[in-house]
Design a protein around this ligand. Structure first.
Ligand code: ADP
Ligand code: MN
Ligand code: MN
Ligand code: MN
Length: 332
């Protein structure tokens, strides 16, 4: 029987891209996903007079929404001459991943997000025109008065499992209506492809509840936690001994600006030095320190090996950029 392939890609919306997708009906028994195209003038990826952009499949998985034989097909965007489109950050990530493949880099990414009512203005759990009780009881909480949107988090996690995405866990976050899931540990391209598809699935699942998913790093101004994408990172050497972890922290301290500039838009509203962040203008690393730019988990110091956590990436970061830069700065 014919089946549906949902071709998914990342558009050119600035400063934070949106995800797009369209459905291709595949003939019975097809196993290869052909190159396809779209109108780049509708996605900020091409001028109207020369609007064709190319979709090249890079990762596919079961479609847990439609079920059956249907598939999700993540694509990279190419120009008609088959070179990477300027918005295609995956191509450079792939080059760097290949160049440093012998380092065996792994990433575990903690995606935080905030759920809003259908108007996109009212965070779930915020009373109309006002504010809920202050932060404290919501993180990893339970109960009707503290938890808003759990079903979305649950359905999304199950969808990721059914798709074969390497989701590692979920938790309710510090602000009401704010949640997290983690993907990894996986290699740079694998974690990035799967994080993008899991983001698409999150938006798609939330549609069924008429809820809007925001990955704005500071969705509510004031005394409310922002949303990040902490990126846990190790190389083979870091998983075997401690000094390479310190060396990586030192190397990151010498390339601060390039990372911050590529860690998501609006991050200056989140990295204030408050709410478990380091200021965007400072760099520090430390064991167990949630106010540092880079945290070395307590257990990693005990074991004298493991990984580091870069706490700076914003919730709207592009994992192709973040994983590439971490490898380049620490292995280059
Ligand atoms: P936090 O305590 O900061 O909330 P989480 O448990 O949410 O941490 O996320 C930690 C992430 O780190 C998980 O996704 C996990 O898979 C990942 N991780 C564990 N070990 C490694 C490693 N050696 N290299 C990279 N990532 C790792
Ligand atoms: Mn976490
Ligand atoms: Mn978190
Ligand atoms: Mn974390």
């Amino acid at each position: 029987m014919a089946f549906k392939a949902e071709y998914i890609w990342i558009d050119g919306t600035e400063p934070t891209p949106l995800m797009r997708s369209k459905t291709r009906i595949m003939p019975d028994g097809s196993t290869e996903f052909p190159i396809w195209g779209f109108d780049g003038s509708s996605t900020n990826q091409a001028p109207g007079a020369n609007s064709d952009c190319v979709l090249r499949p890079v990762y596919d998985c079961a479609d847990p929404i439609r079920g059956g034989n249907d598939r999700l097909v993540l694509c990279e965007v190419l120009l008609p001459d088959m070179t990477p489109h300027p918005t295609n950050t995956r191509a450079t990530c792939a080059e760097v991943a290949e160049k440093f493949a012998s380092e065996e880099a792994w990433f575990g990414i903690e995606q935080e997000y905030t759920l809003f009512e259908a108007d996109g203005q009212q965070p779930l759990g915020f009373p109309e025109g006002g504010f809920p009780g202050p932060q404290g009881p919501y993180y990893c909480g339970v109960g009707t008065d503290l938890i808003f949107g759990r079903e979305i988090s649950e359905v999304h996690a199950s969808a990721c499992i059914d798709a074969g995405i390497g989701i590692a866990g979920t938790n309710a976050e510090v602000m009401p209506g704010q949640w997290e899931f983690q993907v990894g540990p996986l290699g740079p391209l694998e974690v990035s492809d799967q994080l993008w598809v899991s983001r698409w699935l999150l938006h798609r699942v939330a549609e069924d509840y008429e809820v809007v998913v925001s990955i704005d790093p500071k969705p509510v101004r004031g005394d409310w936690n922002g949303a990040g994408c902490h990126t846990n990172y190790s190389t083979k050497a870091m998983r075997e001994s401690y000094q390479p972890i310190i060396d990586a922290c030192e190397a990151l301290g010498k390339n601060i600006q390039e990372h911050i500039q590529n860690y998501g838009s609006g991050n200056e509203n989140r990295l204030t030095g408050l709410h478990e962040t380091q200021s965007i203008n400072e760099f520090s690393y430390g064991v167990s320190d949630r106010g540092a730019s880079i945290r070395i988990p307590w257990q990693v110091e005990v074991d004298q090996k493991g990984y580091l956590e870069d706490r700076r990436p914003a919730s709207n970061m592009d994992p192709y950029l973040v994983t590439r830069l971490l490898i380049q700065t620490t292995c280059g």
